[in-house]
Design a protein around this ligand. Structure first.
Ligand SMILES: [Fe+2]
Length: 187
């Protein structure tokens, strides 16, 4: 599979992930994503634009086990969003390809008796060509399509193969329960 912009994107990511320190890697990946996405250089094939009824779509774009990173495209119908989640201990950088996303970040403030407390740290609307980076353990957030009538598309780069994460569901008492979630790719 190849399409306009893919080779350049992979070349940039290959360069970035060899920098060593996670802060350097995520800063460089973020800079590359902002550059590539703001210039609309990545022309994703039709299948990446297809939404799903059951959840946001999660499709593999590129996996490099040797360099230790993965790029995933997510496609969000209006109203679709993630639960509060972490990223399996991996760094990640998430950029907006099309549409607008709402990103809500949380700080874990307490953990007791198998339940968790979070404080909302901030909420932003992320436009095309913007990207955010997350480095565990400060990597709790909720992502969702901010548009009520149009799909949005995001590109996620992870420092490994993100096969599972933890999700946090709100309890009646305001705290959260934790569950493990296995992550798969669609079509
Ligand atoms: Fe995330």
């Amino acid at each position: 599979m190849t399409f306009p912009g893919l080779t350049e994107l992979i070349g940039r990511l290959d360069e970035a992930v060899q920098l060593g320190e996670v802060e350097q890697i995520t800063a460089r990946v973020k800079s590359h994503l902002c550059d590539v996405l703001s210039r609309s250089e990545l022309r994703l094939p039709e299948r990446y634009w297809q939404t799903r009824d059951d959840s946001y779509a999660r499709r593999l774009l590129h996996h490099d086990p040797e360099r230790g990173y993965t790029a995933v495209v997510m496609t969000w119908a209006p109203g679709q969003c993630t639960p509060l989640h972490d990223h399996g201990g991996l760094w990640c950088v998430e950029g907006v390809v099309d549409g607008t996303m709402q990103v809500t970040q949380f700080d874990l403030t307490d953990e007791a008796n198998g339940t968790y407390a979070f404080a909302e740290r901030g909420r932003i609307r992320a436009a095309v060509g913007t990207a955010g980076s997350l480095i565990p353990p400060s990597d709790y957030h909720i992502l969702g399509n901010a548009l009520s009538d149009t799909p949005s598309i995001t590109l996620h780069v992870y420092g490994g193969d993100l096969t599972n994460c933890r999700i946090f569901t709100p309890r009646p008492d305001g705290r959260y329960d934790r569950q493990h979630r296995c992550l798969n790719y669609h079509d």
